[in-house]
Write a protein that binds this ligand. Structure first.
Ligand SMILES: Nc1ncnc2c1ncn2[C@@H]1O[C@H](COP(=O)(O)OP(=O)(O)O)[C@@H](O)[C@H]1O
Ligand SMILES: [Mg+2]
Length: 266
């Protein structure tokens, strides 16, 4: 179970988390005062198995970020339960949220310190993580010296520094140009293969979901419910322009349009 403290999660070898990395069961969430409540999520159930890459897809405002913050333990569901047996998940957002007064390396070391990594090991580990995201040599760079894509690489390294078994990503590449985003899709797929992480990746971009996910879960809007899900059996590495990716994207987009029409949004 996740706790809301910053204590180090119990170290666990891959595969030791049981049959799921995250279990979301019958989760509903409402905001507002009694009598003036807005229901954002309604009876959501999703299991993420260890090592699985699940994309959560939906129109903006459908409650994706709300659901992710519940899985992260930043807020509590109004009903239902969420379990993350591997410990506190790592989080990565659209905004890199790096500390601008620290270098890339120091930003990562801060996460290592929070995790309880001894001081003497932090530098070497930060450099290893920078190498993993292909930013070798960026240790001493400040945030303003890095491009948008490089900042998101550092943010990814910092998320990996938490050594969680579950990585929660909330539209992490949405602000990047298409070419940089495509490169980072490749990097994320490679890192996912190399690390055995479970990933719950939120996006409103259908192609991105199909490019990355082993499974795509489509949420409806107002309130957010699981509308449908697809198993994506297209072999990795995929390209965003692959015809199989395009074909499935067309099918999912049709369904998403239907959801948006039904709920009178946009
Ligand atoms: N803390 C909050 N208080 C009140 N309403 C909220 C809060 N957080 C989110 N909402 C509402 O929940 C809905 C879903 O928001 P969000 O989860 O950010 O959607 P998405 O990430 O899919 O774009 C929106 O209508 C938003 O206004
Ligand atoms: Mg959001």
């Amino acid at each position: 179970m996740t706790t809301n403290t910053l204590t180090k999660p119990a170290p666990a070898a891959a595969g030791s988390t049981g049959p799921y990395a995250a279990r979301i069961q019958h989760v509903s969430k409402s905001f507002g005062r009694p009598g003036a409540q807005q229901q954002v999520l309604d009876n959501i159930s999703i299991d993420v198995t260890p090592g699985e890459f699940v994309c959560l897809l939906g129109a903006s405002g459908c409650g994706k970020s709300t659901l992710l913050s519940l899985v992260a333990g930043l807020d509590k569901p109004s009903a239902g339960t969420i379990e993350t047996p591997g410990g506190r998940p790592a989080l990565m957002f659209q905004e890199h949220a790096l500390f601008p007064w620290l270098t890339a390396g120091r930003n990562i070391e801060l996460a290592l310190r929070m995790r309880g990594v001894p001081r003497a090991e932090r530098r070497g580990e930060a450099e290893r993580l920078l190498e993993l995201v292909r930013l070798k040599g960026a240790y001493g760079k400040r945030v303003h010296e890095l491009s948008g894509g490089m900042r998101q690489r550092v943010a990814m390294a910092r998320a990996l520094a938490q050594d969680s078994q579950l990585l929660l990503m909330d539209e992490p590449f949405a602000a990047l140009d298409a070419i940089t985003r495509d490169v980072l899709h490749d990097e994320l797929t490679r890192i996912w293969h190399e690390t055995n992480l479970s990933v719950l990746f939120v996006t409103h971009n259908v192609r991105e979901a199909v490019r990355l996910g082993e499974r795509v879960v489509l949420l409806s809007s107002r309130p957010g419910r699981v509308a449908r899900e697809w198993q994506v059996d297209i072999p990795q590495p995929r390209r965003i322009e692959d015809s199989a990716v395009a074909d499935l994207s067309v099918e999912i987009t049709e369904q998403l349009r239907g959801e948006i029409r039904r709920h009178g949004q946009h």
